[in-house]
Design a protein around this ligand. Structure first.
Ligand code: ADP
Length: 253
């Protein structure tokens, strides 16, 4: 993101001069108080809204009509946004179907993706038969089925209970490692961002912009032992202090 500003038609200045340089393979969280422009930034990166000024620059030369690198970006929303009339299998098939891949040719890839989120036995189920956490797993499998280089996630686990959220956090770290995908993850949770990220971009509100940018040292394995470790506690403390600073900066303004 190069010097991106966004003014909505009602005059709201959601982002002002936001620059962000993302390296391949990073797991970045955009963390900040409600209304600081996290979702706006993510949607602009996804091509779901245009910046008022500034630009999104991609390393790829294969840019499509929407200004995105073809096939390289996956998006997971807070709501799983599944088709209720379609099976789990058909929901995950959708992005491949839109690309003209025949179902028979896609089957192995779809089943592989469902297995990677623990849903191999639920291919024939309908969304209404699944729990909230399982629906979110389908949404992640659907986003990953095209093997995107960049995965954008907009507070995907905010509506889930704590235990489910922790399991899904572990799944996302595993998928990130397995596929080498770059992740930009929007959250307002200090604990979630400190667990997941190799880098946390703390944002402030009024105007929405980067307050501070932190590298996070992560152990080789993130598990239950890490959740109760001194190094995780220290990471949470550092991130929490930065977030308090960002909130204070907006209040002074
Ligand atoms: P966050 O994701 O950090 O909670 P958002 O990016 O959703 O913040 O919103 C940033 C600001 O822009 C907020 O003040 C919000 O009310 C405003 N906003 C977001 N979308 C729109 C829109 N479509 N029209 C007008 N204002 C909007």
């Amino acid at each position: 993101m190069r010097n991106v500003s966004k003014v909505f038609s009602n005059g709201t200045l959601a982002l002002q001069g936001m620059s962000l340089n993302v390296q391949a393979g990073e797991f970045i969280s955009l963390l900040g108080p409600s209304g600081c422009g996290k979702s706006t930034a993510l949607r602009i990166i996804a091509g779901l809204g245009a910046p008022s000024s500034g630009s999104i620059d991609w390393p790829s030369s294969n840019i499509n009509a929407r200004g995105l690198p073809e096939g390289d970006v996956g998006f997971v929303f807070q709501d799983p946004t599944l088709m209720p009339w379609a099976t789990v299998f058909d929901n995950v098939y959708l992005p491949l179907k839109l690309r003209g891949v025949a179902k028979a040719n896609a089957a192995a890839l779809i089943m592989d993706n469902l297995a990677s989120v623990g849903l191999a036995d639920f291919a024939k189920s309908y969304p209404r038969e699944l729990s909230g956490g399982m629906r979110m797993r389908v949404s992640i499998a659907r986003a990953m089925v095209t093997r995107p280089k960049l995965l954008l996630m907009d507070e995907p686990f905010a509506a889930l209970d704590e235990i489910t959220r922790q399991k899904l956090n572990d799944d996302v770290v595993r998928l990130w490692k397995q596929h080498g995908v770059t992740v930009i993850f929007v959250t307002h949770s200090v604990f979630e961002s400190a667990y997941l990220s190799t880098r946390i971009v703390v944002m402030r509100a009024r105007p929405g912009q980067v307050y501070t940018d932190m590298k996070i040292e992560q152990p080789a394995v993130r598990d239950q032992a890490y959740r109760v470790s001194e190094s995780y506690r220290q990471n949470c403390q550092d991130v929490s202090s930065a977030l308090q600073g960002a909130i204070g900066a907006a209040e002074i303004h």
